[in-house]
Design a protein around this ligand. Structure first.
Ligand code: ADP
Ligand code: ASP
Ligand code: MG
Length: 402
């Protein structure tokens, strides 16, 4: 008997028909004699709608209360799915995050899982119940509800699979696998049968939302075999994410796009030792995650530093920089709240010269200006105007993959 964890995203449980469809997929697995844990997200756009409701009442609501609100979405979907499974005549129990033993730190709205106290989960499985768990949520040491950050129910599923040493963790969504680019944006995108954890982690961190990056990180760490599949065509084979895959002659694995990026430039900083330290130390203390950094060559005793942060941290980052005005003695700060980062990912590029040139040529041909560039062994990212983002993804994708 195998233990299978199945996770269904918001669109897979968006309405009664979809919930009934998920109940069938789950019970078909159970009928094979396997134990099944199901993790679900909130229905459709519920989480976005709850955020809008909160903003109407208090745009500066505390993160604790936001978590109390957002966790409600998943409570609705677990109970509805459990009812659908009951109707098919199978034994089932739904559990909130805390009931399933999810203990997190107290970083409200972006909490990290510390551990899963799995007694209840194991007891329910021993009773041969199908266990339906609310994704995206846990409880902290003060018994407060926490959430794991947007897209966090993928991580809930992988965490359960790792803790219970499940045989497989399947992520069912509204596409039938991981593609070389977002298949909704790039018509020529190709589905991959397999992808390594490292490549998937880069793609996910760089904006391919099909899997949450923390979930991939955790799957890699605990060696959980992951599979991305379609909930609408559940028979279709999906994409397997694992340690090593068959060598393919692919220079790049995929193109990702992140539109949740803001750029901040500090102009006319004094060109002395310690400037970068003071600036990024202040940002670190304000808990700002800085991504790409670019420093100009000093000229006439001054230099400029530009960096990017996620859009939701732009306001806080600007405040931290402005607070440092006396220390950093810059002439001005400018920012663009909405820019886009387009990246190519692939372990093949390490050993192939000319990959960067090919990417930049594709952007040039599409008349797209590059604002910043950042590279690592297995990725190249460029920052561009958000208006150009979709065109850039297609142009770059088609230059490498056809
Ligand atoms: P869920 O609600 O099931 O968690 P998400 O919306 O979070 O679903 O993720 C699925 C979406 O990810 C797809 O609809 C697709 O548009 C998008 N996506 C982005 N990049 C990729 C990619 N490389 N491969 C597949 N899907 C991708
Ligand atoms: N419902 C949450 C969100 O919309 C968690 C998830 O979908 O994974 O972000
Ligand atoms: Mg998701």
């Amino acid at each position: 008997m195998a233990l299978i964890v199945k996770k269904f995203g918001g669109s897979s449980v968006a309405n009664a028909e979809r919930v009934n469809n998920v109940a069938r997929i789950v019970t078909d697995e159970y009928k094979k004699g396997n134990n099944v844990v199901v993790v679900v997200s909130a229905q459709g756009d519920t989480t976005d709608d709850l955020i809008d409701k909160a903003k109407e009442i208090n745009p500066d609501a505390s993160k604790r209360e936001m978590d109390m609100l957002l966790s409600a979405g998943e409570q609705i979907s677990i109970s509805l799915l459990a009812m659908a499974i009951e109707k098919l005549g199978f034994p089932v129990v739904s559990l909130l995050g805390w009931q399933a033993g999810f203990q997190t730190n107290s970083n409200y709205t972006v909490a990290r899982i510390k551990k899963i106290e799995s007694e209840r989960l194991r007891a329910e499985l021993a009773r041969r119940n199908i266990v339906v768990v609310a994704g995206f949520q846990g409880i902290n040491k003060y018994d407060d509800v926490t959430t794991l950050g947007r897209g966090g129910s993928d991580t809930s599923a992988v965490a359960i699979a790792a803790t219970l040493k499940a045989d497989l963790c399947q992520i069912y969504t509204d596409v039938d696998g991981v593609y070389t680019a977002d298949p909704r944006k790039v018509k020529t995108a190709v589905k991959m049968d397999e992808i390594t954890y490292s490549e998937m982690l880069e793609l996910a961190s760089l904006g391919a939302q099909v899997l949450n990056s923390r979930s991939v990180e955790m799957a890699k760490k605990y060696n959980v075999e992951l599979e991305v599949r379609s909930s609408l065509e559940p028979q279709k084979p999906g994409t397997i994410v694992k340690e090593t895959v068959k060598m393919e002659k692919m220079l790049i694995r995929g193109v990702a796009c992140d539109k949740n990026v803001s750029r901040i430039s500090i102009v006319g900083l004094s060109d002395h030792p310690g400037t970068a330290f003071k600036l990024f130390n202040a940002l670190g203390q304000a808990k700002i995650n800085v991504d790409i950094i670019l420093q100009s060559v000093g000229r006439d005793g001054t230099k400029d530093i530009t960096f990017t942060v996620s859009q939701d941290q732009c306001k806080d980052a600007m405040a931290a920089v402005e607070k440092m005005e006396d220390v950093l003695k810059y002439s001005k700060v400018v920012h663009d709240e909405t820019v886009a980062k387009v990246s190519i990912v692939g372990t093949g590029m390490e050993t192939h010269p000319g990959v960067a040139a090919k990417m930049f040529e594709a952007l040039y041909d599409a008349n797209i200006n590059i604002q910043m560039i950042s590279t690592s062994e297995i990725k190249i990212s460029v920052l561009i105007d958000v208006e150009d983002a979709d065109r850039a993804v297609t142009a770059v994708h088609n230059a490498f993959i056809n």
